[in-house]
Unconditional design. Structure first.
Length: 241
């Protein structure tokens, strides 16, 4: 990565806020934008979120990384693809995603596949569980602190919460993750940085440029990006969602 390295937290169907954020980043040649998953469910327009991400992926000047979150994993399982807990997807915001696709919530997953917008299934199936550099590990939910990176279970990468947040890990990299919404970015260096600030719950959509420790944030319903510096003294209390 020759340019800036942006990491974006959980979006959950907040397409308007994502559009504002991406415009405010002013990403250009050599920059990389990585997303930690949970693009769909709960929010007002998951379909438009996927359209924006697919368009971003098609750009030739910016590199992109798209991780899979637990909500994409449930969605894919419901659609009969590789994933888990598809039977719980409706109860975890999947109905909002189906409606954004123009698909009746009662339609079986095998039939819903044929009604998906062009490119959406391919995008979901191409998502990766993790992204690792010499300094950073990006996952959706976290890692099991007592296991080497090569022995991590995908279900933990998508779902783990307190076991990861409450304990340090021995790996040399800092873990950047989403999944657990907090009022402010959760900072526990050198171990972890949590960047899900609950946009869909009325909070903010957060992006962290990791090298400069610059935060770019859009509050729910707003049309401006606020820039600030990451406060490395802050440790926010998490809540289950």
């Amino acid at each position: 990565m020759s340019g800036r390295f942006f990491t974006v937290g959980d979006i959950h169907g907040c397409a308007a806020e994502l559009e504002v954020l991406l415009r405010g980043l002013r990403a250009g040649a050599g920059d990389t934008i990585a997303f930690v998953g949970d693009y769909v469910d709960r929010g007002p327009n998951s379909s438009a979120v996927l359209d924006q991400l697919i368009a971003l992926r098609a750009r030739t000047d910016v590199a992109t990384v798209f991780l899979k979150g637990n909500h994409e994993d449930m969605c894919l399982s419901y659609l009969g693809r590789a994933g888990h807990w598809g039977e719980a997807w409706h109860l975890n915001g999947g109905i909002a995603t189906l409606k954004s696709w123009g698909i009746a919530p009662h339609m079986p997953g095998a039939e819903a596949v044929a009604a998906l917008p062009k490119g959406h299934l391919e995008f979901l199936e191409a998502l990766v569980p993790s992204f690792v550099t010499d300094r950073w590990i990006l996952v959706h939910a976290g890692i099991r602190p007592d296991r080497p990176l090569a022995e991590q279970d995908e279900e933990d990468l998508f779902w783990i919460r307190e076991e990861f947040i409450a304990h340090p890990h021995p790996l040399p990299q800092t873990v950047i993750y989403g999944h657990t919404p907090t009022r402010r970015v959760l900072v526990n260096l050198p171990y972890k940085i949590g960047i899900d600030t609950g946009c869909v719950y009325g909070g903010r959509l957060t992006c962290l440029e990791v090298e400069s420790r610059t935060l770019y944030q859009v509050s729910y319903g707003e049309k401006d990006v606020r820039e600030s510096r990451l406060d490395v003294s802050v440790r926010a209390a998490s809540r289950t969602a």
